[in-house]
Design a protein around this ligand. Structure first.
Ligand code: PRP
Ligand code: URA
Length: 208
């Protein structure tokens, strides 16, 4: 398994605004989408290409096109929804699935309440999307849901990851690559990422 932190200046700049407690709900949402698009360049770096030819107005050109497996974008509800929208603007033909999980505030354990996946998810390259990888419980559970449906190649995109969550996913699913915009310091006693950005769902939807 590989953990990649996307250190591109645009990503880091947008992340700095995302973290700021003064950032509005509206700006937070568009920054999440933009960050996901930028991270997708790294996450999709190893997609297979095939040779093709097209006629330009001038001559025949040898070109490369995406080949291989089709893609599935899976958002963990709620916060992963916005990331799905970001990547869909780059790969509009991808199929989309949703896994509903919330973290029990007492135990910090993930509770699943929903799952709707493309019926051919086993044949697709899967990108699992959630802005926050904290204890890792939600991501590890979602990956298990995908594997139970036959998914073989899963990449996990999170905007911020804590060392504890990265380790949990690494231990449970060593075959899954993780792509982050930042690896933060630690979790606090409530399971929040420090320094993090607070509660991603609340900041996206203005629910606090
Ligand atoms: C947040 C976040 C992740 C989860 C991460 O969702 O979007 O899904 O917490 O925490 P973990 O790594 O410790 O499992 P939350 O449970 O707050 O649900 P919500 O998006 O519905 O608010
Ligand atoms: N979920 C969030 O939204 N933020 C955190 O810091 C941890 C879990």
């Amino acid at each position: 398994m590989a953990v990649t932190v996307v250190d591109h200046p645009l990503v880091q700049h947008k992340l700095s605004i995302l973290r700021d407690e003064e950032t509005s709900v509206r700006e937070f949402r568009s920054l999440c989408m933009e960050l996901t698009m930028l991270m997708a360049f790294e996450a999709m770096r190893d997609l297979e290409l095939e040779d093709a030819t097209v006629r330009t107005p001038v001559a025949e050109a040898k070109v490369k096109r995406l080949a291989g497996k089709k893609l599935a974008l899976i958002g963990i509800l709620r916060a992963g929804l916005v990331m799905v929208d970001g990547i869909l603007s780059l790969v509009p033909n991808a199929r989309v699935g949703h896994i509903g999980l919330y973290r029990d505030p007492e135990t910090l354990q993930p509770v699943q309440y929903y799952s709707k996946l493309p019926n051919d998810v086993a044949e697709r390259d899967v990108f699992l999307l959630d802005p926050m990888l904290a204890t890792g419980g939600s991501a590890a559970a979602a990956i298990q849901v995908l594997k139970d449906e036959g998914a073989k190649r899963v990449r996990l995109l999170c905007i911020i990851g804590a060392p504890e969550g990265i380790q949990v996913v690494e231990d449970a699913h060593p075959d899954v690559d993780i792509i982050l915009a930042a690896r933060d310091e630690r979790l606090d006693e409530r399971g929040y990422i420090v320094p993090g950005l607070g509660d991603a769902g609340d900041r996206l939807y203005g629910t606090r």
